[in-house]
Write a protein that binds this ligand. Structure first.
Ligand SMILES: [Zn+2]
Length: 380
């Protein structure tokens, strides 16, 4: 089977809604996207495995391999998009629309646009006997729970020497990002008439102490950790939202605060949660309230050496300095599987997650050519 051209493949992928969201009303299956990729890759003689995500109906990862043996290269992308507000778009988000040198559509840059380029680069090798395998990896739920990447760790595959994740970096090789940790902190007290504080224990009073301590902790984190490779050089702690109580004349029974932390490479998400828990329990000891902490999001920080073979290769081929980004990716998960992992793809994160998302077609020839050269280096 002949591979359709870049635009035709991207049009087909964009036309399949594949939103992932922690809210069930927005969450959609990614199987239609996976099936198109599977068909095209089978046409290129790849051995294709569609691997369901446990506990998630209608979601799957795809691992497609050309050639056999150990090592080799993985080209990886996620199949899902964020939800979109159609009323703010100038074009139909599910109809690929060419305007000048760019194509608009949901997922064009983040990151359905990577797959046609990866497949085209791969197609140049489909009749060759590869020394080491070439794998195309397509994951689910990157934009929400990272369930696809977490499933890869449970499955223990794919394994290779190196992996490129084609997130939009404007073709700059990226070798580090911060970790993302979102926590819900709930304080429960006891209600009562506002006229007498002894009739209950006020959750908002306790939450006030919690917030005060978090701000002290934020300062301590900033003083003890910096990394000048990042635009924001310190770990951040953002107080995002607070919901509490129902009436001025009642002692507040319950308060929930949600916070977002961005950790530098070398900082462990779990250790931080333990520290916060420990501190806050101590802070609240005198308030007669209960504290619980839930993790809403947990993506580890990621960093790989700029001296690694893939990092050096991509630096040379792109003629760009190696960089860092502010967004989380599946890189720490692929790295845990033992692969040198670098993030490198067309498109700009500035156009992602917003109306009129687009991909600049001028970037595609260099992207394709770079992937072809890296495949040759690792697999031939
Ligand atoms: Zn993405």
């Amino acid at each position: 089977m002949k591979l359709p051209d870049t635009i035709a493949m991207l049009r087909t992928l964009v036309a399949e809604p594949s939103t992932s969201s922690v809210s069930t009303s927005h969450d959609q299956s990614n199987l239609a996207v996976i099936n198109h990729l599977a068909n095209w890759l089978q046409g290129l003689k790849f051995v294709v495995d569609v691997l369901p995500i446990s506990g998630k109906v209608g979601k799957a990862n795809l691992i497609a391999t050309l050639g056999a043996g150990e090592g080799g290269l993985v080209l990886s992308g996620h199949t899902d998009t964020v939800p979109c507000d159609e009323e703010y778009w100038g074009t139909d988000p599910y109809t690929l629309t060419e305007i000048g040198s760019v194509v608009h559509g949901l997922g064009t840059c983040d990151m359905k646009g990577f797959f046609p380029i990866a497949l085209e680069a791969a197609s140049l090798f489909h009749s060759q006997k590869l020394k080491k395998p070439l794998t195309i990896l397509a994951t689910s739920d990157e934009e929400s729970s990272m369930a696809g990447a977490r499933q890869l760790l449970r499955d223990g595959r794919p394994k290779a020497d190196a992996a490129i994740i084609g997130e939009p970096t404007g073709l700059q090789p990226i070798i580090a990002h911060k970790g993302v940790l979102a926590l819900s902190i709930t304080v429960e007290g006891a209600g009562g008439h506002a006229s007498n504080p002894k009739l209950g224990s006020n959750a908002l009073d306790a939450m006030h102490a919690v917030i005060e301590d978090l701000l002290v902790y934020r300062r301590e984190l900033a003083e003890s950790h910096t990394n000048s490779n990042f635009e924001i050089e310190i770990p951040t702690l953002n107080l995002g939202c607070l919901h509490a109580g129902d009436s001025p004349n009642r002692i507040c029974e319950k308060a929930e605060l949600q916070i977002d932390l961005r950790l530098l490479p070398g900082m462990e998400n779990k250790a931080l949660v333990d520290t916060i828990q420990h501190r806050l329990i101590k802070t609240m000891a005198t308030h007669g309230t209960r504290l619980s902490i839930n993790q809403i999001n947990d993506v580890p920080a990621y960093q790989t050496s700029g001296d690694g073979e893939l990092a050096r290769t991509l630096g040379t081929l792109s003629r760009r300095t190696l960089g860092t980004v502010a967004f989380g990716t599946e890189a720490p998960f692929l790295q845990s599987l033992g692969m040198e992992t670098v993030i490198f793809g067309p498109g700009s994160i500035d156009q992602a997650h917003q109306p009129n998302e687009y991909l600049d077609l001028n970037e595609l020839p260099l992207a394709r050519e770079t992937l072809e050269k890296v495949i040759r280096q690792y697999c031939c």
